[in-house]
Ligand binder design. Structure first.
Ligand SMILES: Nc1ncnc2c1ncn2[C@@H]1O[C@H](COP(=O)(O)OP(=O)(O)O)[C@@H](O)[C@H]1O
Ligand SMILES: [Mg+2]
Length: 131
């Protein structure tokens, strides 16, 4: 199955990423609910690249042995401060959003890891079909 890679620089790139991941989940026969969850995660994580990482990043998606999908969201922004607090889901309201995107995306996926530093952020997450 075709993997996909999209540079995330403008709003339209988010829609491209959503389109590709939707096609991939259709081929893998993901349930409607699982599809919705993954699309929410893709939308939040790619939007964070535009909102918080200088609109300089990428999205990629690959199929894992016809049983799941792995998403990799990468950027060269300034990194995420107070990650622990953000992931706890307390929310960190700011002038752009509610501060619930990252913790929400984590809850939508089965596996979720974040590496972040002053050089940028990489998020790798997996959704298994039917788990
Ligand atoms: N890719 C990123 N690079 C740098 N900081 C980020 C990134 N993603 C999230 N953040 C930081 O984490 C906070 C919480 O993100 P999120 O939960 O998506 O909420 P929101 O985008 O609504 O602020 C953001 O306000 C921002 O400070
Ligand atoms: Mg956000």
């Amino acid at each position: 199955m075709q993997n996909c890679f999209v540079n995330i620089r403008i709003e339209h790139d988010i829609y491209l990423a959503l389109h590709h991941v939707r096609l991939m989940m259709d081929k893998l026969s993901f349930s409607k609910m699982d599809k919705q969850k993954v699309l929410v995660a893709v939308s939040e994580l790619t939007r964070n690249i535009l909102d918080h990482a200088g609109a300089n990043g990428s999205f990629s998606c690959e199929c894992i042995e016809n049983q799941g999908i792995r998403l990799i969201i990468q950027d060269s922004g300034k990194g995420i401060d107070n990650l622990h607090q953000i992931l706890s889901g307390e929310g960190t309201p700011n002038r752009r959003g509610l501060g619930l995107g990252l913790s929400g995306a984590k809850r939508m996926m089965d596996e979720f890891t974040i590496k972040t530093s002053k050089e940028g952020t990489t998020i790798v997450c997996v959704k298994w079909n039917g788990k």
